[in-house]
Design a protein around this ligand. Structure first.
Ligand code: 26Q
Length: 830
C-alpha cells in the first residue's frame, strides 16, 4: 500500500466486502429490515434505499484508499470547480462501474424484487441546466476511470433544475425538491466546514513586523458544510470525490442576536445564510446582476479554495512560493467560479502574508479557464456597486489586478487607449461592470474552448485582443461524453452485441469501437440484422415512454427523428418545426412520394423568463395536437413534445434515436454533447457545420452525415443584408408553411398567439437566420428519407456512426486536459 507510512491510514485497514449474489442479497435484506425497518410489500422506494446503501458500502474501501493515495505529500491534484454537476441517477451507474449489475439482479430475484423498477425510484440529481453541467459529471466519471487525482467542487442545491410540466401546451415549472426523501449517496463532513465572509468593509493596518496589511472586517459570515458524493471509476477500485457545499448560519450569529432579544432577526440571518445553496439558477445563458447568484459564486470559490489549501497544508506543506502552484491546479467551468482568481489572491496576500507579486505568480500558475459560449451577450458581467457591497475586499483586489494588467497592455501597445478600454477588467458606462471572462483570462495560464471551431472563433473574435497578447495560453479541448453511462448503462442490448464481436475493452478505450467497421460491410447481414433488432427494441422502450408521457403512439418501425436539448432560439427548434409543418402540408396535398413514416420527438426546458422559448414550446404542442389527430396523416407523421427532459430520459432516448437533430445557426453552438450521445448509440446526424458537429462529420465521413446550411462565415457575411422575405417569395413550400401557421390552423381557439414567432422569423435582424437555412434543411431531410428507405444501407451507416465515435469519449478529453493543462500523475502510473 502506497500509504504504509501514513499513520492515519495504516491504523485502519479496511477489508473489501464480498460481492457474490448471496451476500449482496443478505445485505440488501439487512438494510431493508434492520436499518430501514421495512418489509416485503413496502413502497418500492425503500427497496431503492436499501439497495443504495448496499452498494454504497462497497465503495468505501476504494474511497478511503483513493483518498490516502491522493494525500501523499507531493501529489499534484486538480480541482474542477463548477456551479453545476448534472449527475442524474447514481445507482445504475455505480452498478455498472463496480461490475455488480448481474449479481445484484440475481440477488434481487431471490426477494422477488426487480432492479429496473427499483432504479426508477431514484430521483435525478439535477444540479445543472444542460450541457455544461452534464459535461462536469462526465468528466468526473472519466477522471475516476483514468485514476486521476481530481476533486470536483460544487454546490449542494436543495432544489435542482425545475421540473417541467405541460399545461395547455405551455411550460409550467414545479420545484425539484430532490433531497426530500434523503440522499443515500452523500456523506456530510461537518468536520471540514469553512467560514465564508460577505459584506463588511476593509481596513488597513501594520502587522507585528510593521508591514502594511489589509483585513476584511465586520463581515456577515456564512458556514459552508461539505457533502461528499463518491465517484466510482470503471472496475478499477478507484473512487474519487465530488464535494458539494451546503450553506448554513453560524452559531454565534444566531446567539448574538438572540441574546439581544431580536429572535426574528436571528432567524432571518439563518434564512439568508441558508438561501445561498437553496436553488439552482435555471438559466443557461447568463442572468445578470442577481445578488444571490454572485453570493453562490463566491461561496463556492471561497469554500473550495480554503478546502484545497486545508488539504495541502494537512499533507505537511507550508512553502507556498515553492510548492503551491506545482501541486495544485483549479479548472474553472466557465466564468461562474472565476471570482476564485481574486479570492486566491486575497487568501495568499491577506491571510498567508505573501507579497503581491509572489501571490500573483502562484495564482496565475494554478488557474485554468474553460469557456462554453460564443454569444457575446452571455459573457458574465457584474455591477461594480454590487461587488462593492457584497465583496469589498475582492473588488479592491480586482482593481489592483486590473491596474497592473493595463500597465502591461500599455507597455505592449503604447498609446492604444481603445485597446486598453476594450481589455480593461472594468467596463465603463452608466453602470460600471466587472468583466468576469477578462478576469478569468488574465488570471489563468490556460484558456480553452470546447470544440475546434469554437476555440478558433474565440481567438478570432471575442478573445482576439487577449490572444494577441498571450497566444500561448489558448487551446482547444473538444468535449466528450462518458461511454459508461451513455452506452454501457443506457444501452445494454447494443453493448452486449458489441462486446460479443470485439470484446469489452471498448468501455475503457472507446477507440476500440473502430473494430466494428468490418461489420458494416455488406457481407455482414446477420450482424446488421441484430444491430437493427437492437435498435428496434430500444425504440419500443422509447415508444412506451412517449405513450405514457405524451399520449402519442410512436410506431417503432418509423424513423425516430429526435431533438432534445434546452429550448433556445439559436438551437432552432423552430426550424425543425417548420419542417414538420412542411411534411404535414405535403401529406394534406397528397404529395407523399418518397416520404417515410416519421416520429418526431422534441424535448427540453425553457428558462422560466425566456418568453420566446416558452412560446416555441406552445407552438410545438399546438402543431402536435393537429398533426397527431388528423386522420389524413394516418401514421405517416407523428410529433410529440416530451415533458421534463432530463438525464434519465436521455438514457432511454439516446439508444432509440435514428436521426439526431443538431441544427443550430452555424457559429453559435460552442460544442454540443447530446450530438455525441446519439451518435455513439448509432444515430445518424442531420446538422449544420457548427460546434462538435464538424468533428463528428470528420470522424464518420460526409457519406454518413447529413450536412446542410450556411457556414459560420457565411452567416456573418449575410448578416449585413439579410432579407428573410426573399426566401419566402422564392420558396413555395416555405410560403405555404408560414401561411398555414399564420392562418391559425394550429391555434383555432387562441388566435394570434404565434404572430410574434412568425414576426421574429421574418425580421431582417433575426440573429438566427432560420429562413436562410430552410430550403437546404428540407432538401437534406429528403436525403434522410431516401437513405431510410434503404433500411440495409441505413443500418450500415448506423454501425459506422457508432464505430467512429471513439474520439468523443470524455476519457480522451480528460487525457488531453491532463497532458496539456493539469500534468497529473495517474495512480495507474505507479
Ligand atoms: C450564468 C450566470 C447567471 C446565471 C446562469 C448562468 C449560466 C448557467 C449555465 C450560464 C450558462 C450556463 C450553461 C451553459 C451551457 O450549458 N453551455 C453549453 O456547454 C456545453 C458543454 O461545453 C456545450 O456543449 C454547449 O454547446 C454549450 O451551449
Amino acid at each position: 500500500m502506497s500509504n504504509a507510512n501514513n499513520p492515519d491510514y495504516r491504523l485502519m485497514r479496511l477489508e473489501y466486502l464480498t460481492n457474490d449474489a448471496e451476500t449482496l442479497g443478505n445485505d440488501y435484506h439487512r438494510y431493508l429490515s434492520y436499518f430501514l425497518g421495512r418489509f416485503q410489500g413496502c413502497p418500492e422506494f425503500y427497496n431503492y434505499e436499501a439497495l443504495a446503501y448496499t452498494i454504497r458500502e462497497r465503495l468505501m474501501v476504494g474511497w478511503r484508499n483513493t483518498w490516502a493515495d491522493y494525500l501523499e505529500p507531493g501529489t499534484r491534484r486538480a480541482y474542477y470547480m463548477s456551479l453545476e454537476f448534472l449527475i442524474g441517477r447514481s445507482l445504475s451507474n455505480n452498478l455498472i462501474n463496480l461490475g455488480l449489475t448481474g449479481n445484484v439482479k440475481t440477488a434481487l430475484d431471490n426477494y422477488c424484487a426487480n432492479l429496473e423498477a427499483i432504479v426508477e425510484e431514484e430521483p435525478d440529481a439535477g444540479l445543472g441546466n444542460g450541457g455544461l453541467g452534464r459535461l462536469a459529471a462526465c468528466f468526473m466519471d472519466s477522471c475516476a476511470t483514468l485514476r486521476l487525482p481530481v476533486i470536483g467542487y460544487g454546490i449542494r442545491y436543495e432544489y435542482g433544475m425545475f421540473r417541467q410540466r405541460i399545461n395547455n401546451g405551455y411550460q409550467a415549472e414545479d420545484p425539484d425538491h430532490w433531497l426530500s426523501d434523503g440522499n443515500p449517496w452523500e456523506i456530510e463532513r461537518p468536520e471540514y466546514k469553512q467560514r465564508i465572509q460577505f459584506g463588511g468593509r476593509t481596513e488597513r493596518y501594520n502587522d507585528a513586523q510593521g508591514k502594511p496589511r489589509v483585513r476584511w472586517v465586520e463581515t456577515s459570515d456564512v458556514i459552508a458544510v461539505p457533502f461528499d458524493m463518491p465517484i466510482a471509476g470503471y472496475k478499477n477500485d478507484t473512487v474519487n470525490t465530488l464535494r458539494l457545499w451546503k450553506s448554513s448560519a453560524t452559531n454565534e450569529f444566531d446567539l448574538q442576536e438572540f441574546n439581544d432579544g431580536s429572535y426574528s432577526e436571528a432567524v432571518q440571518a439563518k434564512n439568508n445564510a441558508e438561501h445561498i445553496s437553496m436553488v439552482l439558477y435555471p438559466n443557461d445563458s447568463s442572468e445578470n446582476g442577481k445578488e444571490l447568484r454572485l453570493r453562490q459564486q463566491y461561496f463556492l470559490a471561497s469554500s473550495s479554495l480554503k478546502d484545497a489549501i486545508r488539504i495541502w497544508e494537512a499533507s505537511g506543506q507550508t512553502q507556498y512560493e515553492r510548492f503551491f502552484a506545482a501541486e495544485n491546479v483549479f479548472q474553472m467551468n466557465d466564468t461562474h467560479p472565476t471570482i476564485a482568481v481574486a479570492e486566491l489572491m486575497r487568501i495568499l496576500v491577506d491571510e498567508k502574508g505573501l507579497e503581491w507579486d509572489a501571490a500573483w505568480q502562484i495564482t496565475s500558475k494554478c488557474m485554468a479557464y474553460t469557456n462554453h459560449t460564443l454569444l457575446p451577450e452571455a459573457l458574465e458581467r457584474w455591477p461594480v456597486h454590487l461587488f462593492e457591497r457584497l465583496l469589498p475586499r475582492l473588488l479592491e483586489i480586482i482593481y489592483e489586478i486590473n491596474a497592473r494588467f493595463l500597465t502591461e497592455v500599455a507597455r505592449r501597445w503604447p498609446g492604444d487607449v481603445d485597446r486598453q478600454r476594450r481589455m480593461s477588467l472594468i467596463e465603463e458606462g452608466p453602470v460600471r461592470q466587472v468583466r468576469m471572462a477578462w478576469l478569468a483570462i488574465v488570471g489563468s495560464f490556460s484558456i480553452n474552448g470546447v470544440a475546434a471551431l469554437h476555440s478558433q472563433l474565440l481567438i478570432e473574435g471575442l478573445f482576439r485582443d487577449f490572444y494577441e497578447l498571450w497566444p500561448e495560453k489558448f487551446n482547444n479541448k473538444t468535449n466528450g461524453v462518458t461511454p459508461r453511462r451513455w452506452v454501457a448503462q443506457a444501452n445494454p442490448l447494443m453493448s452486449a452485441l458489441i462486446t460479443e464481436k470485439i470484446g469489452d475493452g471498448w468501455v475503457r478505450d472507446l477507440s476500440q469501437l473502430a473494430g466494428l467497421k468490418p461489420y458494416a460491410e455488406p457481407a455482414q447481414r446477420e450482424f446488421q440484422q441484430r444491430w437493427h433488432d437492437t435498435k428496434l427494441a430500444n425504440k419500443r422502450r422509447l415508444a412506451a415512454l412517449v405513450k405514457a408521457e405524451c399520449q402519442v403512439d410512436f410506431d417503432p418501425t418509423a424513423l425516430f427523428d429526435i431533438q432534445v436539448k434546452r429550448i433556445h432560439e439559436y438551437k432552432r427548434q423552430l426550424l425543425n418545426l417548420l419542417h414538420v409543418v412542411h411534411l404535414y402540408r405535403r401529406i394534406r396535398l397528397g404529395k407523399t412520394e418518397n416520404m417515410v413514416n416519421r416520429c418526431v420527438l422534441i424535448g427540453g426546458k425553457a428558462a422560466p423568463g425566456y418568453i420566446m422559448a416558452k412560446r416555441i414550446i406552445k407552438m410545438i404542442n399546438s402543431v402536435a395536437q393537429v398533426v397527431n389527430s388528423d386522420p389524413e396523416v394516418d401514421g405517416k407523421l407523428k410529433l410529440a413534445f416530451l415533458p421534463n427532459y432530463r438525464v434519465s430520459s436521455m438514457e432511454i432516448i439516446a439508444p432509440a434515436a435514428d436521426l439526431s437533430e443538431q441544427i443550430s445557426t452555424a457559429g453559435k453552438e460552442a460544442s454540443g454533447t447530446g450530438n455525441m450521445k446519439l451518435m455513439m448509440n448509432g444515430a445518424l446526424t442531420i446538422g449544420t457545420y457548427d460546434g462538435a458537429n464538424i468533428e463528428i462529420l470528420d470522424a464518420v465521413g460526409a457519406e454518413n452525415f447529413f450536412l446542410f446550411g450556411l457556414r459560420a462565415n457565411e452567416v456573418e457575411a449575410l448578416r449585413r443584408n439579410y432579407r428573410p422575405w426573399e426566401y419566402v417569395e422564392q420558396d413555395e413550400d416555405l410560403k405555404g408553411v408560414l401561411d398555414l401557421i399564420r392562418s391559425g390552423h394550429f391555434n383555432q381557439w387562441e388566435p394570434g398567439i404565434f404572430d410574434r414567432v412568425l414576426d421574429a422569423l421574418l425580421n431582417p435582424n433575426d440573429p438566427w437566420m432560420t429562413l436562410a437555412d430552410f430550403r437546404s434543411y428540407v432538401a437534406m431531410q429528403e436525403q434522410v428519407a431516401k437513405a431510410w428507405q434503404d433500411q440495409e444501407r441505413w443500418t450500415r451507416m448506423s454501425i459506422l456512426n457508432t464505430a467512429n465515435s471513439g474520439f468523443f469519449s470524455t476519457d480522451r478529453t480528460m487525457l488531453e486536459y491532463n497532458q496539456d493543462i493539469w500534468h497529473l500523475k495517474s495512480l495507474s502510473d505507479d
